[in-house]
Design a protein. Structure first.
Length: 352
């Protein structure tokens, strides 16, 4: 809780776009737990979703402003989570959803008289290559056309939102780093899927590099805090903990009683073969070995979460806690059979 804020929670009617997604499902759970009534907006309700009186599922189209305005009737706060995440250089659908979709939600919220909108953007709306090794809310944004479409579209979406803010909408923007952790459901998010493979002992080696990982439950909590205490028009970086991917993958493997990756290859080795490897991977429908996929790992910017901590009262948990909880989740979901814990050295071999 941020200093000076009241701890009393007043139940509200809220709307969540992308409610069936990874972040959305965790956010809906927290909102219901605190007593809010939720209008859950998604194209299709997940079959496994339990019937909860406090949750109304609506199939409004994110590109249809009129249907959104209807869905927002009587809503106090709108949490906008819908986005297309891709590593492609260009993708027309991703651009529309991540830009026009934000504008539609914002204009519908304004028309419906919503008190506040919380937009879940991304760390990728900041240029990780020109940030000088550290990202804060004042860092350079992803305007370079050479950047992947996801990076450019997330920044463009924020610009669309600011145009509606100028017309009177009260809105704040949150920028999570790399989101992972429980609960998640198939198809798993990119990071969670790779961590699950490591927990199963199926990742023998990795490349060097790291990033700031943030627990999905902390992101959901941060969005709620932004709705309560954020300043209109401001960005808040929702961070977790900077961690080397090699260490993270071994950490979750140890929680499952497996060894995890034994080797970490230098980024420069992969970059050297990228001109050949990237087209080959595309033939097999994979973008894991691509300039966009490796870019963030290579940049390794430190992401400064001070603003969210001090102004919102945001307090993320350590990565070790999330790795333990994620392994527990996989076991409970029947995705993993835990073995007897093993003791490993802190680091395995990494090539220089």
């Amino acid at each position: 809780m941020a200093p000076g804020h009241q701890s009393k929670v007043i139940a509200m009617k809220v709307a969540v776009t992308g409610a069936a997604g990874f972040v959305g499902s965790n956010l809906v759970e927290q909102l219901v737990r605190r007593g809010d009534t939720v209008v859950a907006i998604d194209r299709q309700r997940p079959a496994a979703t339990p019937d909860i009186a406090a949750v109304e599922w609506v199939g409004a189209d994110i590109l249809d402003q009129a249907s959104l305005t209807t869905a927002f009737d009587g809503v106090d706060v709108v949490y906008h989570l819908v986005a297309v995440i891709t590593l492609r250089q260009n993708d027309e659908n991703a651009w529309r959803i991540n830009t026009e979709g934000v504008r539609n939600v914002a204009e519908a919220a304004l028309d419906a008289g919503v008190r506040r909108m919380v937009h879940c953007s991304s760390i990728h709306s900041f240029d990780q290559y020109l940030c000088g090794g550290q990202i804060s809310e004042t860092s350079v944004r992803s305007a370079d056309r050479a950047l992947p479409v996801y990076d450019r579209s997330k920044w463009s979406g924020e610009q669309e939102l600011h145009r509606v803010i100028a017309r009177g909408l009260d809105a704040v923007i949150c920028n999570p780093t790399a989101v992972y952790g429980p609960a998640d459901h198939a198809p798993y998010s990119r990071i969670n899927g790779m961590l699950r493979d490591s927990a199963r002992g199926r990742v023998p080696a990795l490349i060097t590099g790291g990033f700031d990982l943030v627990d999905v439950r902390d992101v959901a909590a941060g969005l709620i805090l932004a709705g309560e205490h954020g300043v209109c028009g401001e960005n808040y970086l929702l961070t977790g903990e900077m961690v080397e991917m090699f260490d993270a993958f071994r950490m979750v493997a140890r929680e499952a009683g497996r060894r995890g990756p034994a080797l970490a290859f230098p980024m420069r080795w992969v970059e050297a073969i990228l001109p050949v490897a990237e087209p080959v991977c595309k033939l097999f429908g994979s973008d894991l070995v691509s300039k966009a996929a490796l870019g963030s790992l290579g940049a390794q910017p430190y992401v400064d979460g001070t603003k969210a901590r001090t102004e919102l009262g945001y307090a993320p948990r350590p990565v070790a806690t999330t790795m333990r909880d994620y392994a527990d989740f996989l076991v409970g979901a029947g995705q993993l059979e835990r073995r007897r814990p093993i003791t490993l050295p802190r680091r395995a071999k990494a090539f220089a």
